[in-house]
Ligand binder design. Structure first.
Ligand code: ARG
Length: 753
């Protein structure tokens, strides 16, 4: 059938567009107006770039011919898009604006003859990039299909590419796109994908832009508002990553759980598609009527909240409605979608909203002991006001009480700095030297050590050669330099280059997500993590430091009456393991040749809780088996910084061991604070890390495993070894780790590493 004559379809070959009837992709397409106009006039593009002119003239000519001569045959509700290529330019934001200098310098002039103004803003965008390839898929004929970046999974995607995939679902459906593998360069300025709620890359209809890595167990998924979607991949010259694989399918328009009536005294509802991205242009209205208005609470008075909430809320947000019913409306506009929300509702009796509990100002109910404890448990701080501070608390000027553990930890816990004033003796404008003393800020990084310990020269971009001390880094040639943590920071600081030698350690073959939450690790995420087994079961963790040596905790290799843990033949080391009892082709099982327990290990105090294990033969290093970097003796891991703990230990105090390698982010805690929190049981050979609110920690079975510090260069350093704790994940009880910097020389002497 001649599609043109039939009046149903028009497929201009040069435009590679099938003019699908889903006219959802341009704003303000008003059909009544369209009817008056009787069809579309052509899109005419003139540009000052030689070479393209011929092609364009041809295209334009064809279009003019088609449109003018066939005008009366057009279906009225159609949109046509043209695109042209400027192959030697990279798209920059200002090209969105035809009036910008950049746009005009590009020598592009765009004329659009159309009955409909709404096309205008789209054109400058449509002009922006030349697709090296366009794929078009019609879902419906085949219910699902797969899209992969070029070369996936065998080779990285190519450089300098722009590819687009157009997806059409059947009428009355949405397009759903789910990425089951996603690994692009981390910088979205360089390589990225974009998903549009249209068939052409209109800025106003970008749903999302993504780069970096997404974990397999948290698939990334997006849904369109209508029956079309466009996926684009843009890459630059440098760094090509494995890419992505995605599955597309269609879902009926009405299938989404969006709005409705909610009854009952308690319940939960979420934005459509949660925890995946909600579709654009969606409105959901929930009627919450928890208490039937005729019974129980006839005296309730009315107060309606018209509060709008948006953005990311890391803490719980409470909205109180003083009425026996309310509506919640969720709305998404044309562009940029996100993962939405999950909400709980609960009805309460206004005269006694929290029987037996503390009622926060926002009507959240919390347990009484949580009031006046220094933590904002309500979310609006109302549990921390009007408190009488205890003797173990700081009285903040603003009336709050905070645990005195927080004094001078460089975090403004009071909110008004009461806890951080009067800490050092230095005045403002002065630099406080690490070992005490003040010097003028101006002397910092001036190339001359002014503090007695030289610490004024230690956090500088340039390094000075200095007398060796606990604040300097010693190069292989024995010279000491002032720069803090110069190893593997991608700048050569030592004259002999030794600070940048051996920097293959601690590199992870796959970069890992910035998605927070979720505890399972992914394959190859912690390639130095080892599982140590005795008699067939996991007992302790360890870290790979070379192809022959592991570091673990001394208490793991301590004999007891039943088992001689100090004997190498008791142990089996599993390297490259993710799931216990699921070895795969990357997993290597090794026996041990020798175990060296630290001679200073004290089984009562757990001081010097570190041991070395030698494998019976070297392991072949791979993406899943890789050594972590050992920090130099003077490497600084500052309090407040993030570190990662990993292991197959218990997931709860008195709980069960994990089967998938778990990971959690905790923070390094100041040693004097930790000394107090742990009631004087720590030594300078220990280091504390945790989340003092509780809930995140290492636990039984994690011992011996790594405390991994990810440096900005990407190299991961072994900051600590899981050692002990008071229970697990209790409030104000951090985990205690063996401070690895203290053992750098001992490790070198014992293993040569
Ligand atoms: N000693 C424990 C083990 O053998 C590790 C305890 C770590 N505890 C903690 N709360 N961080 O596995």
């Amino acid at each position: 059938m001649d599609l043109l004559r039939s009046g149903t379809r028009f497929i201009p070959k040069t435009l590679n567009d099938d003019g699908d009837n889903a006219v959802t992709y341009l704003p303000a397409a008003d059909t009544t107006e369209l009817e008056k106009q009787r069809g579309y006039k052509p899109l005419y593009v003139g540009l000052g770039l030689v070479g393209l002119a011929a092609v364009l003239t041809l295209t334009t000519g064809l279009l003019v011919w088609h449109f003018h001569l066939r005008r009366e045959e057009m279906i009225l509700k159609k949109m046509y898009f043209g695109s042209m290529s400027i192959t030697n330019q990279r798209f920059i934001d200002s090209y969105n604006n035809p009036n910008s200098q950049e746009f005009q310098q590009l020598g592009v002039q765009v004329y659009l003859f159309t009955a409909h103004q709404c096309c205008l803003p789209s054109l400058s965008v449509a002009v922006c990039l030349s697709a090296s390839k366009t794929y078009t898929y019609h879902i419906g004929k085949l219910p699902t299909g797969t899209i992969e970046s070029p070369g996936f999974p065998n080779s990285p995607y190519p450089s300098d590419t722009y590819i687009q995939w157009r997806l059409h679902a059947e009428r009355g459906h949405r397009v759903q796109l789910m990425f089951d593998y996603f690994d692009l360069e981390d910088d979205c300025q360089k390589d990225f994908i974009r998903v549009y709620d249209s068939l052409v890359p209109l800025e106003q209809q970008v749903m999302t832009e993504k780069c970096g890595y997404y974990k397999r167990n948290e698939p990334l998924s997006v849904v369109s508002s209508g029956n079309v979607m466009l996926l684009t991949l843009v890459t630059n010259k440098e760094k090509n990553y494995p890419g992505f694989r995605a599955t597309y399918s269609q879902v009926p328009l009405q299938s989404q759980d969006c709005g409705g009536k909610l009854t009952g005294l308690k319940g939960t509802f979420t934005s459509p598609n949660f925890p995946s991205h909600y579709p654009p242009q969606t409105t959901c209205v929930w009627d919450i009527e928890p208490v039937k208005s005729n019974n129980k609470c006839p005296k309730d008075h009315v107060e309606v909240n018209n509060e709008k909430i948006c953005g990311y809320k890391p803490y719980i947000t409470v909205v109180t409605v003083r009425d026996n019913r309310t509506t919640v409306t969720f709305k998404s506009d044309m562009s940029y979608v996100d993962t939405g929300f999950t909400a709980d509702f609960e009805a309460f009796v206004p005269t006694n909203p929290c029987p037996g509990k503390f009622a926060c100002a926002n009507n959240l109910c919390i347990n009484n002991p949580l009031t006046c404890d220094g933590w904002d448990d309500c979310g609006d701080n109302s549990d921390e006001r009007n408190c009488k501070c205890g003797s173990d608390q700081i009285q903040c000027r603003n009336g709050l009480c905070k645990s005195k553990f927080w004094l001078c930890d460089k975090v403004n816990d009071c909110g008004d700095n009461t806890d951080e004033g009067n800490c050092g003796s230095c005045q403002s404008g002065d630099f406080s030297c690490r070992n005490g003393g003040c010097i003028s800020e101006n002397l910092k990084c001036d190339g001359r050590p002014d503090c007695p310990d030289g610490s004024d020269e230690s956090k500088c971009s340039r390094s000075v050669v200095m007398q060796c001390s606990e604040y300097t880094y010693q190069c292989k040639n024995n010279q000491c330099i002032s720069k803090l943590n110069p190893e593997c920071d991608e700048d050569v600081d030592c004259e002999d280059g030794s600070d940048e030698a051996d920097c293959q350690c601690g590199k992870r073959p796959y970069r890992h997500s910035r998605i927070v939450g979720g505890q399972d690790s992914s394959e190859g995420e912690w390639p130095w993590q080892v599982s140590l087994h005795v008699q067939g079961s996991h007992v302790c963790g360890a870290s790979i430091i070379s192809d022959r040596w592991l570091v673990t905790a001394a208490h793991c290799v301590q004999d007891n009456v039943e088992v001689k843990y100090s004997q190498p033949q008791q142990w089996e080391a599993y390297l490259g393991l993710l799931v216990q009892s699921q070895s795969n082709k990357w997993t290597v099982k090794k026996n041990l040749k020798q175990i060296i327990q630290h001679p200073g290990y004290n089984k009562d105090s757990y001081d010097n809780d570190i041991a070395l294990m030698e494998l019976d033969s070297p392991v072949e290093l791979s993406q899943n088996i890789w050594p972590v970097c050992l920090p130099s003796a003077t490497h600084d891991f500052p309090p407040g910084k993030s570190v990662w703990i990993t292991g197959w230990g218990d997931t709860m105090e008195l709980g069960f061991a994990a089967s998938i390698l778990q990971k959690a982010e905790v923070r390094i805690i100041n040693s004097t604070v930790c000394e107090t929190l742990m009631e004087g049981q720590t030594t300078p050979n220990m280091m504390c890390a945790g989340v003092l609110e509780g809930g995140v920690d290492a636990c039984q079975g994690d011992s011996g495993g790594p405390l991994s510090f990810i440096e900005t260069s990407g190299n991961v350093f072994l900051a600590g070894v899981v050692s002990w704790g008071d229970g697990c994940a209790r409030r104000n009880k951090p985990g205690v780790y063996t401070r690895v910097t203290k053992y750098r020389d001992w490790i070198k002497r014992s293993t040569g590493v």
